[in-house]
Ligand binder design. Structure first.
Ligand code: EZ4
Ligand code: CO
Length: 410
């Protein structure tokens, strides 16, 4: 089953996506997501210039060998560009293998460990009323768990709270952080104001929606360890499902301090790309959920191993699923989620109608549960004619400055 052709497809149906398509001599095709939000062309070029020449003529069946070959022969290890490129190859090869076996991918990964995948949606608001509306809207859509982000008095614009709908006439909570334009947008940050305000919001949400609803929050890497510890402690009465990315966790030791002070469950790792970023976090049981995506952490082969390692410490999956993961990357996550034992929860921001015109998906969201569907392979088809109508447009993620002008984590 030789690889005879590969295409790197750039398309921007509402936002940018990078997709690798691999074709075998038998005429099978597989898709892989290589989207690295705000740095898309670096991965596209890594694939086109350095990976594609290595793939032609290889046996598409040898997934582990191809993964090890791409990782080790590069010599330069890890990093989001390399690992997203390897991930795309890995996903496409699993897609091909499952199509050849005429099975949905989760069957090859060991079969279903559950009937559906609990998903959480993103609610946010500029004030309590708008936030409550957004939570109600997500409950109406069927979500059984809700991430709560809120505006903070004294902070102009901040992560997770749109100042205007991403789509004209759309909902304010239809949040799209990567803005097209020549330069990144500047947002504000004030940790003291945030730490004072956030517990009051969770108190109001619990009073309105009761004790049952699982609530999540994303700190988006903006706190120091002692600030994160303080926040985790002050949120304990509101029984969070998790507090995400409370510190810039490339310093794994910082989590020892946070952990010592709070029983609020911790989720980390959407910006990580290998198991090595989690070594202390997992072996010292400093976190509760692994946030890596299939797209940025080296594909299904690598994330499966990472999650198996986490399972030995009762740490569960919470795979990253924002709209900057393409439907291909999302489908890969769902097949893995369904197969592993230590599934925790899946993030789900539905893609726009425009994105779904380009990527035809067979996964479903019913009654709050995602399911990858029964189509052989990953279950996503790329309409290349539709994709060609939406050329790549440069887009940047925003960044933060403090009141005195200092750049801060976004
Ligand atoms: O900001 O994926 O939990 N989700 C997140 C995302 C990230 C984007 C960055 O590309 O933190 O919204
Ligand atoms: Co996050």
């Amino acid at each position: 089953m030789k690889i005879v052709a590969t295409d790197v497809v750039l398309t921007s149906p509402g936002r940018n996506f990078v997709t690798l398509k691999i074709t075998t001599a038998d005429g099978l095709t597989g898709l892989g997501d290589a989207t690295l939000n705000g740095r898309e062309l670096a991965v596209a070029s890594y694939l086109t210039e350095h990976v594609v020449p290595l793939l032609i003529g290889r046996d598409a069946r040898n997934i582990e060998d191809t993964w090890q070959f791409l990782y080790r022969s590069a010599y330069w290890r890890r990093g989001p560009v390399t690992m997203s490129a390897i991930a795309a190859v890995d996903m496409a090869l699993w897609d091909i293998k499952a199509k050849a076996a005429d099975m949905p991918l989760y069957q090859l990964l060991g079969g279903a460990s559950r009937t559906g995948l609990t998903a959480y949606g993103h609610a946010s608001g500029r004030d309590t009323e708008e936030l409550f509306d957004s939570i109600r809207h997500h409950l109406e859509l069927g979500f059984r768990a809700i991430r709560v982000q809120t505006a903070v008095p004294g902070i102009g614009t901040l992560y997770g709270v749109p100042t205007q709908p991403a789509v004209p006439g759309g909902r304010a909570d239809d949040y799209e952080p990567a803005q097209r334009g020549p330069l990144p947008a500047e947002e504000d940050w004030d940790t003291r104001a945030y730490l004072r305000h956030l517990p009051t919001i969770f108190e109001a949400v619990r009073a309105e929606f009761g004790p049952e609803l699982p609530l999540l929050h994303d700190g988006h890497h903006r706190m120091t360890p002692i600030e994160a510890a303080k926040l985790g402690k002050s949120l304990e009465p509101y029984d969070l499902f998790w507090l995400e990315d409370c510190t810039p966790a490339e310093n794994q030791e910082a989590l020892r301090l946070v952990r010592r002070h709070t029983t609020t469950p911790l989720a980390i790792g959407e910006v990580f790309n290998t198991v090595w970023d989690y070594q202390s976090l997992i072996s010292e049981q400093l976190i509760d959920y692994v946030r890596s995506s299939v797209t940025h952490a080296g594909g299904i082969t690598a994330l499966r191993k990472l999650l198996d390692f986490a399972a030995q410490y009762q740490i569960k999956s919470g795979i990253h699923g924002p709209t900057d993961i393409s439907p291909v990357g999302m489908a890969a996550a769902l097949h893995l989620d369904l197969a592993i034992h230590n599934f925790g929860i899946q993030e789900y921001m539905p893609h726009s109608a425009l994105t779904s015109e380009v990527f035809r998906q067979s996964f479903t969201f019913e009654d709050g549960y995602l399911h990858p569907g029964e189509q052989p392979g990953l279950g996503v088809d790329l309409d290349e004619d539709a994709a060609a109508k939406f050329p790549y447009e440069r887009a940047y993620l925003p960044y933060n400055r403090l009141n005195d002008g200092t750049v801060h984590d976004w």
